[in-house]
Design a protein around this ligand. Structure first.
Ligand code: MOS
Length: 752
């Protein structure tokens, strides 16, 4: 059963409600934050007099006004809500202004001045590492004995690989709206992937119990990881001001504030060494990852961990030593972004393979395919592969007649002088589950009303990915009633407690299973109730497609009648389901375990054409085979693949974040930060659904699809590289993403 995204009707009519669409309570005030104009230093003096005297300015708050803790660190407590004596990045919140309108609040912020004694600014993770400035102690994943195995390798290559950050660019910027309630309670409407994080930190900052803080989220206009942790501060600012002023307070960031003050995907700088035997088997791989964490931890330690988990991508390497350093710099704290460190890890091994292939004068695909993981192969973290990565790869070759495409490309390149084509394979293997085991739990609250209609609440946050549609499908599937009878409610901490953020691609699995558990319990009670009503054996009763069946024959008792009759008999028509992923574990004292419920596999084949005069390029086609398990909603899942792929291509090609040496964001507007538009998507995009039937822990065996497709975008970098090599075989092309047209042009004419 597949259904259309339940939001599609209101989305296309512009009727879907986002934070900025919520009708305001009379007397609502507006907040704006004054962020540090200096990336690192000691605060000597803050001058708010002029701002405070502006007509319409209600109050200006500093850290001294915080009744509870001035602390919002998620993993480690190293992040203040408002700066105390030092600033650590440009844009770091120092002062909170509250005014009668958003315009006045913003104007007042401009009148604030600050004196800061400047300290040295570090923006490069390797410099931070050299200074010993790490967020957490280094982590090392190890399998086999790479140190000694290198001696036996026929071919050894080493190098450096760099990936830049990425702006989330959710269409809806960060924001929240807090409304004080009776008896010292507060309601916060927040554009967050993590309602519980908002609830917890608001409660700590206000110094009140969590049960006084209600967080409600209807949907987000995009998250991509950017609102997993970093939605919190804006919500807490609103809560703080609302609490202290006893008035509703709203803050919806403008785009430039959002770009300047929030963290992004972590840039990484990495060193690799790869060793192969004469048959091109990768025997050994060593890698050091330097993660640019920004000024505080945020989610960096968890992101770092996932880099290590995915450092060998889709390949089996028997001897690996991977070290990762989370380096503290004077940039906004970098944070979750679709793939969560995985893409950064995968890029490096793809670079290592490309380097080996170049040196050996063979296509990278020869090395790639030879080393794909097979069932039973052990990943460096101890878990064994349950599938063959070659399945998607080989299917792609056969289905898309890739050998013919390759011949065409060779012919094209022989004939053309000023245009060259390149291609690449990009296999992916992504582990599904939060790597922090405790987060792999979810709850759902299902009510069947006495008219037979159903209302579902879960911890899942709808952010455009279609999770609410999937939750509805789960209930419709278990109850076998029409989707129209079911409604999915907002995500609310008063209905669903202690939620994990909607993240790690695991939201539909975790919350869907909780919905399934709750629905099954209600269904069972209804079945027993029906047997009582019909005076028959409960084992003979089934409820199918909205009617009661006895011995597979429909009787004259439909869903609505059964529900109502059961209510009259005082049967419980509500259930709270709890799900915790079974069988997963990880011991980080030895860095081994079975952290993932399952892996998602796939292979993308990318072809590009480079204009060798101008350095500009087009992506001719991406043809991919993706392991969906058994997709429960092919329309939504296709959308996730398309969006993830294009976002990955953006990261690898045109999206270029630039901070200057003072830590100032130069790409601070949409005129200087380019994301893919309809003209830059692949001209041809083929997505083949590989239906794999082996058992897995996905909801209805429909595998998680949020993050994995982003990594197909990495293929574009290597396809461009190959096109440049076709033009200039001696070109020097650093493994430095994004491969912008400017960098492409430089590479085309390097060493000429
Ligand atoms: Mo997602 S990057 O796990 O919020």
């Amino acid at each position: 059963m597949s259904i259309r995204n339940i939001d599609s009707f209101t989305h296309t009519r512009g009727e879907s409600v986002y934070l900025d669409d919520i009708p305001l309570v009379n007397g609502t005030l507006f907040a704006s934050v004054f962020g540090s104009p200096v990336a690192h230093g000691k605060i000597l003096q803050i001058n708010i007099t002029e701002a405070a005297s502006m007509e319409g300015v209600v109050r200006i708050f500093t850290y001294k006004d915080i009744p509870g803790k001035n602390q919002i660190g998620g993993i480690i407590p190293d992040e203040t809500l408002l700066a105390t004596d030092e600033v650590h990045y440009m844009g770091m919140p120092v002062v909170l202004v509250v005014a009668d309108s958003a315009e006045i609040a913003a104007a007042a912020v401009k009148k604030i001045t600050i004196e800061i004694e400047k300290y040295p600014v570090v923006t490069n993770p390797r410099t931070a590492h050299a200074n010993g400035s790490l967020i957490v102690p280094p982590r090392t994943f190890k399998i086999g004995d790479s140190e000694n195995i290198f001696e036996n390798c026929t071919h050894i290559f080493e190098g450096v690989a760099e990936t830049n950050g990425q702006e989330h660019l959710y269409i809806e910027t960060q924001g929240a709206y807090a409304i004080p309630g009776e008896n010292n309670s507060i309601r916060i409407i927040s554009s967050t992937q993590g309602p519980t994080a908002v609830q917890k930190h608001s409660s700590e900052v206000l110094g009140i119990a969590m049960h006084r803080v209600e967080v409600d989220t209807t949907r987000l206009g995009g998250g991509f990881g950017g609102k997993e942790d970093q939605a919190t501060s804006w919500a807490v600012f609103c809560a703080l001001a609302a609490w202290l002023l006893k008035k509703p307070v709203k803050y919806s960031l403008n785009r430039m504030e959002d770009l300047r003050m929030t963290g992004k995907r972590h840039p990484y700088s990495s060193d690799f060494r790869i060793g192969l035997d004469k048959d091109l088997k990768i025997l050994a791989y060593e890698v050091n990852f330097y993660q640019n964490a920004g000024a505080s931890a945020d989610l960096s330690p968890a992101v770092l961990e996932r880099t290590l988990f995915h450092c060998t991508n889709s390949y089996f390497v028997p001897n690996v030593t991977a070290k990762a350093f989370s380096c503290r710099t004077n940039l906004p704290p970098n944070t979750a972004f679709r793939g969560f460190g995985g893409p950064q890890g995968m890029f490096v091994i793809e670079a290592a393979i490309a380097k080996a292939a170049d040196a050996l004068g063979i296509p990278a695909a020869e090395i790639q395919q030879k080393n794909l993981v097979k069932t039973g192969d052990e990943f460096p973290y101890g878990q064994k592969a349950a599938s063959e990565a070659n399945e998607c790869w080989q299917k792609a070759i056969d289905l898309y007649e890739i050998n013919k495409i390759k011949d065409d490309i060779i012919r094209f390149n022989n004939e053309q002088v000023l245009f060259k084509k390149g291609f690449s394979f990009m296999p992916i293997c992504f582990g599904i589950s939060f790597t922090k085991i405790l987060m792999n739990q979810a709850r759902a609250l299902v009510h069947v009303y006495l008219d037979g209609s159903v209302n579902i609440s879960t911890g899942a946050v709808e952010m455009g990915q279609g999770v609410n549609t999937k939750m509805l499908q789960v209930a419709a599937n278990i109850f076998t009633i029409a989707p129209e009878k079911i409604r999915v409610n907002s995500t609310n901490t008063y209905r669903i407690a202690n939620t994990s953020p909607s993240a790690a691609s695991a939201t539909a699995d975790l919350n869907g299973k909780a919905v399934q558990i709750a629905c099954e319990k209600i269904l069972e009670r209804l079945r027993v109730s029906a047997a009582e009503i019909l005076a028959c054996d409960a084992a003979a009763v089934e409820i199918r497609n909205g009617v009661v069946q006895v011995n597979q024959k429909a009787v004259s008792l439909n869903w609505d009648e059964l529900v109502n009759a059961s209510y009259l008999k005082r049967i419980n028509l509500s259930e709270h389901g709890h799900y915790a992923t079974p069988g997963i574990n990880f011991d980080n004292t030895v860095e081994k375990g079975h952290p993932f419920a399952y892996h998602v596999y796939g292979t993308a084949f990318t072809t590009v054409t480079v204009d060798c005069i101008r350095g500009i390029y087009e992506i001719d086609a991406v043809k991919l085979v993706h392991d969906f398990g058994t997709s429960m909603n092919p329309l939504i899942d296709r959308g996730q693949i398309e969006g993830g792929l294009v976002q990955g291509i953006g990261w690898m090609t045109m999206e270029e974040i630039v901070y200057d040496e003072e830590g100032r964001l130069r790409s601070n507007a949409l005129s200087t930060y380019k994301v893919p538009d309809i003209y830059s998507v692949p001209k041809e995009l083929d997505i083949h659904f590989l239906e794999t039937t082996n058992d897995n822990l996905a909801i209805f065996r429909s595998k998680a699809v949020g993050e994995p497709p982003l990594m197909y975008g990495i293929g574009t970098f290597f396809a461009l590289r190959n096109a440049i090599k076709a033009f200039n075989p001696h070109s020097d092309i650093p493994f430095s993403a994004p491969m912008t047209p400017e960098k492409t042009l430089m590479a085309l004419y390097s060493n000429k």
